[in-house]
Ligand binder design. Structure first.
Ligand code: MRU
Length: 386
């Protein structure tokens, strides 16, 4: 069984799985320009913080590879690339991986010196590195997360644990393996997992459309719940199912550890604290924003009203099967109702037990803040300075 792939890439060609058609249809879009990359991200055909950064970086790499590229001097070429990156940055505001990738690419092209071709080559190679590194990063997050759960809650093959996850953080949201879902995947591979519960993740259903699909695809014992069932799940099944942790991903973890992730994450953290269940954020260091001090500084994207008032899916046939070729849109509310639709919320650091990165699990220091300086020395020194 092959794992799911959000992105297929070879030099000069990028294909991106259209996640709006999942789980019923598998269709890859060709993405060969900055506009197509922007569109793919803004319309959520691809989503998840690392996948967004990868598609923006590789989309521009393909455009540059296939040319033409305006300008001849180093300054002109850098200007051309900067303009494209600044445009791509506007595609979605909350996930910081895109900004971090853009900063990395801008720094790299400035380190080359002269030569149009050399600058383009350096850009393409750096974008490819972002893509390749992401998989290694996720595998490491999986290992650190599984070790942390072994140390903290005794998750072993003799004492298997159940976990709850929210939104989609698997292969479809990254270059492979996943972050929070990566830890679940590793727990399963190690024999430490009893069961994974995934939320629907209203209003856009990343959990039921994508995570449920990935869990079934991977053969991981799993159960889907509506977001509103989490409290009852903890109260009635914590002991019986040995529910030990909530594991979520992140769109932006700021300097003090406050974490923006899919709307509904915060309420899970509050519930986990009340029920004595560990709350883990699985995030690559590319999702950490040291420039922003607290969660109050995070811009939260607000999305279309129709995400709450309508739903699109495949039709169910008379025999109960899914008609995979059909697409129906139905109203789920009075279309005149006022709607508030923030796509993310911020979970305060005080509710988070660990941020699991590729460099290890980070816990809070005595001052209640996460000590990211220990795993990101260089960036910490640049930004914070002490
Ligand atoms: O709006 P989305 O679907 O892009 O939101 C995705 C999430 O919130 C994920 O949890 C997050 O990006 C982490 S993906 C590894």
């Amino acid at each position: 069984m092959s794992t799911l792939q959000a992105v297929r890439y070879s030099r000069g060609k990028l294909e991106v799985l259209d996640q709006l058609r999942l789980p019923h249809e598998f269709h890859y879009d060709d993405v060969s320009t900055r506009q197509e990359a922007f569109d793919s991200i803004a319309t959520m055909r691809v989503r998840g913080a690392p996948a967004i950064a990868i598609v923006a970086s590789l989309g521009l790499a393909v455009e540059l590879f296939n040319g033409p590229v305006a300008g001849n001097t180093a300054q002109e070429v850098i200007h051309h690339i900067d303009e494209a990156l600044d445009y791509l940055k506007q595609s979605r505001p909350t996930a910081v991986d895109l900004t971090n990738a853009i900063n990395q690419l801008k720094t790299r092209i400035r380190s080359v010196g002269d030569g149009k071709e050399a600058i383009i080559e350096a850009f393409i190679a750096e974008a490819e590195k972002i893509f390749e590194r992401d998989l290694e990063t996720n595998l490491a997050i999986g290992d650190h997360g599984a070790e942390w759960l072994k140390a903290q809650v005794g998750a072993t093959s003799e004492n298997t644990v159940s976990v709850v996850t929210h939104c989609n953080t698997g292969s479809l949201a990254t270059s492979g393996h996943g972050t929070a879902l990566g830890i679940i995947r590793t727990l399963q591979a190690n024999g430490q997992l009893r069961q994974a519960f995934c939320t629907e993740t209203r209003p856009y259903n990343q959990g039921s459309r994508l995570t449920a699909f990935e869990l079934v695809h991977e053969g991981i014992p799993s159960t889907l719940i509506a977001d509103s069932m989490a409290a009852s799940l903890f109260r009635t099944k914590k002991e019986e199912r040995n529910i030990a942790a909530v594991i979520v991903g992140a769109d932006r973890v700021v300097r003090n550890g406050d974490t923006a992730n899919k709307i509904g994450t915060y309420q899970l953290a509050v519930l986990a604290k009340h029920h004595g269940i560990k709350f883990i954020v699985a995030a690559p260091t590319t999702s950490i924003d040291l420039e922003t001090e607290t969660g109050d500084g995070i811009k939260i994207e607000e999305r279309r009203r129709e995400e709450l008032t309508q739903v699109t899916g495949a039709a169910i046939k008379a025999d109960g099967g899914v008609d995979e070729s059909s697409k129906v849109r139905v109203a789920t509310a009075d279309q005149r109702i006022d709607v508030w639709n923030p796509a993310f919320d911020v979970t305060p650091a005080e509710l988070i037990d660990a941020v699991v990165t590729e460099k290890g699990a980070v816990e809070k220091c005595a001052d209640g803040k996460f000590g990211f300086g220990n795993i990101m020395r260089e960036r910490w020194a640049q930004v914070v300075g002490h």
